[in-house]
Write a protein that binds this ligand. Structure first.
Ligand code: NAD
Length: 497
């Protein structure tokens, strides 16, 4: 029997009427394991309408009750996160421990959202004018769309929906077609936690589903995470249709290693950040910039460590899984070919990896390129694979110029024992998330996640206080309760006389 992953509305599966589907594949075996529904416009409207119908009831549900549901949801994730990790590994390919890590980082946003009563507290000023009080409140915006990429099928939607729901909104999640099942598993968990019908909905599909979310007037806010061209499109289309939009895009993350750095620490970090999740992370380090005379030593240390990585099926004892699709695997391999042809030195060649997994898996092993120069496509483009490029420069200023002239600005890191250099780096670098001897500086849930430049379109980053602000609208109320002394006409503009 075919495993069909359907939409989800009103706490139940919804087949829709389009009849169109896309295959879902296990990247470690190459076997098609199911198919996911692709919405037509009617299907998309049905899901959005369910979210709209649930909004008034959920908005008016007390904070105390909303938080009880959130706590139950948090407990259920905690008890059953292995199930979700297994689903992620089966459709994305990342190793189980990494999938579990993704779920845990998402869960932290749920925990942050459990504090929503405190986070929504407004300000109150008594007697701003005689007998006049002023206060501010935050109210939910309505139906919120969340469009997510393939690389974090559980965590990225969790950057947004816990806060959106806690704040009283209803949501429609549009997952990646490549690994759609995590969203349905999450929907079932919400149901078990007691979330009312229509508050959390899943819409599967491609551009048709996305376009409906961007143009349907019922949808008030859209959170997007994916590649830069689509992020730009989503931001332009959503805002032109009167929505608030936060659209997080692609990345090309650099790590600078200064001559005084602890080279063992730096080499460990380069391997973890370059090859973890097969480089399919928006915070992966793709370019390692070696400053001064340490380059030979650093390359040797990275190479020695990377050579020990076991590539294979994420359910086995592997360090690194396959890439998500065959097309993506071939595209990444083609970048390595192009780098080699342009003169980069292939220190470690993942194209010939012997993986512990299916013969038809989408394998590419850790690949280390040295002597990469800024004109090579392996450097200019986001690769999103297990390829680490080493660029050699003489000075800190040259390294900084490389980063700041890059169109992306998601994450970056510096490795040094010089506090002054680190402080200068954090001040000068035009990147949204900065690590100091930390290779993947993903902020905690109570801070906000987001890049600069072509890595984010919009004003709000994800989660933290930015998330609370994005999913609420502010209202200021000025009130006067009459007492016997009040009276008289005054046509002047209200002022504090
Ligand atoms: P993608 O842009 O191909 O897809 C993202 C979402 O957009 C998916 O839900 C997809 O169905 C939809 N989509 C794809 N093409 C579309 C189109 N033409 N019109 C409308 N919608 C469309 O991204 P991906 O390949 O799934 O994910 C990888 C990308 O995401 C990388 O560029 C990575 O850097 C980026 N990413 C960024 C962050 C961040 O925080 N900045 C986090 C994770 C991933």
């Amino acid at each position: 029997m075919t495993n069909t992953i359907t939409h989800w509305l009103n706490n139940a599966p919804f087949a829709g009427s389009s009849g169109a589907t896309a295959p879902v594949t296990n990247p470690a075996t190459g076997v098609v394991t199911g198919e996911v529904a692709l919405a037509n416009v009617d299907d998309a409207r049905a899901v959005i309408d369910a979210a709209a119908a649930a909004f008034p009831g959920w908005r008016d549900t007390s904070l105390a009750k909303r938080v009880q549901v959130l706590f139950r949801f948090r407990e259920l994730i905690n008890e059953r996160k292995e199930e979700l990790a297994a689903i992620i590994t089966a459709e994305h390919g990342k190793v189980l421990s990494d999938a579990l890590g993704e779920v845990t980082r998402g869960q932290e946003v749920v925990e942050f959202a459990c504090g929503i009563p405190h986070l929504l507290k407004g300000g109150f000023t008594e007697n701003a004018s005689t007998k006049v009080d002023v206060f501010s409140i935050r109210q939910p915006v309505g139906v919120c769309g969340v469009i997510s990429p393939f690389n974090f099928p559980a965590m990225v939607p969790m950057w947004f929906f816990p806060i959106a729901i806690a704040a009283g909104n209803t949501v429609v999640i549009k997952p990646s077609e490549k690994d759609p099942s995590a969203a349905n598993w999450t929907a079932e968990l919400w149901k078990e936690a007691g979330l009312p019908d229509g508050v959390f909905n899943v819409l599967h599909g491609d551009k048709t589903a996305v376009d409906e979310l961007l143009t349907n007037p019922t949808v008030k806010a859209v959170s997007f995470v994916g590649s830069t061209p689509i992020a730009q499109y989503v931001y332009a289309t959503g805002t032109a249709n009167g929505k608030r939009v936060q659209a997080l895009g692609g990345a090309k993350n650099h790590a600078i290693v200064l001559p005084d750095a602890d080279l063992d620490l730096a080499a460990d970090a380069m391997v973890n950040a370059g090859f973890g999740s097969a480089g399919e992370r928006c915070m992966a380090i793709s370019a390692c910039v070696a400053v001064g005379p340490i380059a030979d030593d650093l390359v040797a240390k990275i190479s020695e460590r990377a050579a020990t990585i076991k590539t294979g099926d994420g359910t086995k004892d592997s360090d690194m899984g396959p890439l998500v699709t065959k097309a993506h695997r071939d595209k990444v391999a083609a970048y390595v070919d192009a780098g080699e042809e342009a003169g980069a030195k292939v220190v470690l060649d993942g194209r010939t990896v012997k993986a512990d997994g299916g013969e038809n898996g989408f394998w590419l092993g850790p690949t280390l390129l040295d002597n990469v120069t800024p004109d090579m496509t392996v450097y200019t483009d986001e690769i999103f694979g297990p390829v680490l490029s080493v660029l050699r420069v003489e000075t800190y200023d040259e390294a900084m110029a490389l980063i700041n002239s890059n169109p992306y600005g998601n994450g970056t890191a510096i490795f040094t024992n010089d506090g002054g250099a680190a402080r200068r780096f954090q001040n000068e670098v035009e990147v949204g998330m900065v690590g100091i001897n930390v290779p993947i500086p993903v902020p905690m849930a109570y801070f906000s996640f987001g890049g600069w430049k072509a890595s984010l379109f919009g004003d709000s980053h994800a989660h933290g206080m930015d998330g609370v602000q994005f999913f609420t609208r502010q209202k200021a109320v000025t009130s006067r309760w009459l007492d016997p002394s009040h009276g008289g006409l005054n046509l002047g503009f209200p002022q504090n006389a």
